[in-house]
Ligand binder design. Structure first.
Ligand SMILES: *Cc1c(COP(=O)(O)O)cnc(C)c1O
Length: 225
């Protein structure tokens, strides 16, 4: 596992170099779903600072079980009625995909006296099984959500379709980057298009070449689930 982590870090640096980017621009989020806390602790002890979970309950449990200066990322579908359980635990929500959720996050964070960093999830590929807004819906959504006081929009997130050859995911990543550029040009007050959360175990290197600032890697570090 530690070897896997080292190899992922090396690969990230190499892919960044190929794209003329600095590896410091890229945050490795270790995706810990189904992984036991003691195994998560091992990678945290190796300096991993960002952990990703796609379920509220699992995040809340592990939040208490993993020690260290860790930032938790909620990367999976978020039910509106569960927002309250993670407000004080999550550093960033990657799966903002609808208006009711934006309102709820904003309401809860205002009550807590904080602002939550969020990414807007985009369904670039248009697969019906995937969550996220259609690309053409994103500019208006962001303009509206920018006015909600409890959230801070920091970028976009997508999941590429599963493909055997990661090259096939490249157009999806490229489109997300283009969309982020287009939105940045709108200069919506309070909105920063500084993060692109894209790339998983199978395709994170291609995602980095296309501009990812956050890659979400699970099985490549912890083994297959
Ligand atoms: C599980 C998951 C990942 C990581 O998947 P791997 O293929 O194991 O790297 C990344 N993003 C999301 C949203 C996930 O649910």
């Amino acid at each position: 596992m530690i070897d896997n982590l080292e190899s992922v870090r090396t690969q990230i640096a190499i892919a960044a170099g190929r794209a003329g980017r600095s590896p410091e621009e890229i945050t490795l989020i270790a995706v810990t779903k189904t992984v036991e806390p003691d195994r998560i602790q091992l990678v945290v002890d190796q300096g991993v600072r960002d952990l990703g979970e796609n379920r509220v309950q699992e995040l809340a449990d592990k939040y208490n079980q993993v020690q260290g200066a860790v930032r938790w990322h909620l990367i999976g579908h978020l039910q509106t009625n569960k927002v309250k359980y993670i407000m004080d635990k999550v550093g960033m929500i990657h799966s903002l995909d609808r208006w009711a959720l934006a309102e709820e996050i904003s309401k809860r964070s205002q009550l807590a006296g904080i602002k939550i960093a969020v990414l807007v999830q985009v369904n670039v590929s248009g697969e019906v099984t995937k969550a996220g807004l259609a690309p053409e819906e994103v500019p208006d959504f962001i303009r509206a959500a920018a006015s909600l006081p409890g959230i801070q929009i920091q970028g976009l997130m997508t999941m590429a379709p599963f493909v055997v050859n990661p090259e096939e995911a490249r157009p999806v990543f490229r489109q997300l980057k283009q969309l982020a550029t287009q939105i940045a040009q709108l200069q919506v007050p309070g909105v920063a298009m500084k993060h692109l959360s894209m790339g998983m175990s199978n395709d994170y290197l291609v995602a980095i070449e296309e501009g990812a600032t956050m890659v979400r890697v699970g099985s490549r570090i912890f083994g297959s689930r």
